[in-house]
Design a protein around this ligand. Sequence first.
Ligand SMILES: Nc1ncnc2c1ncn2[C@@H]1O[C@H](COP(=O)(O)OP(=O)(O)OP(=O)(O)O)[C@@H](O)[C@H]1O
Ligand SMILES: [Mg+2]
Length: 142
Amino acid sequence: MIRESNSVEETEAIAAELATTWVGGECVALHGDLGAGKTQFVRGLVRGLGGNTRSVSSPTFMLLNIYDTGRLTVYHLDAYRIHGSDDFESIGFSELLEQKGVVVVEWASRVGELIPVNHTRVTIESIDETRRRIEVSGSPVP
Ligand SMILES: Nc1ncnc2c1ncn2[C@@H]1O[C@H](COP(=O)(O)OP(=O)(O)OP(=O)(O)O)[C@@H](O)[C@H]1O
Ligand SMILES: [Mg+2]
């Protein structure tokens, strides 16, 4: 699926729509440059699951943020500042994948070998200041 977003709100809506069918156990790999809109997309996912988006922020300095949406727990990670997969393994990434929540990883290519085969791949590209090209592929479940 390829969509074009013309605003932050539209990006959130595309993400929210995607999350409505999820049942737990999903993994989402987010790709895109700095400022592409990956964290905005996560806000949409949390909203789509019925959660409060106010708590959603970039985990760049925290590595892991956890949001309780009421429906499913969202584990939001950012691999931008990590130094290899060891950092991710030491915070228990593989255990997170087993929690039956939703695991979302920004800069997923930096920990590519840890991302399960079954995952949803989201790539966000800036067209200009307010427009984004959003490509969603892959299935989160076997
Ligand atoms: N259509 C759009 N969709 C998403 N974000 C947009 C859009 N138009 C403008 N923006 C702006 O782009 C920025 C996206 O920031 P965001 O933190 O989501 O990026 P990011 O991909 O998570 O970056 P980082 O790699 O630094 O974590 C925000 O300032 C947002 O307001
Ligand atoms: Mg971000």
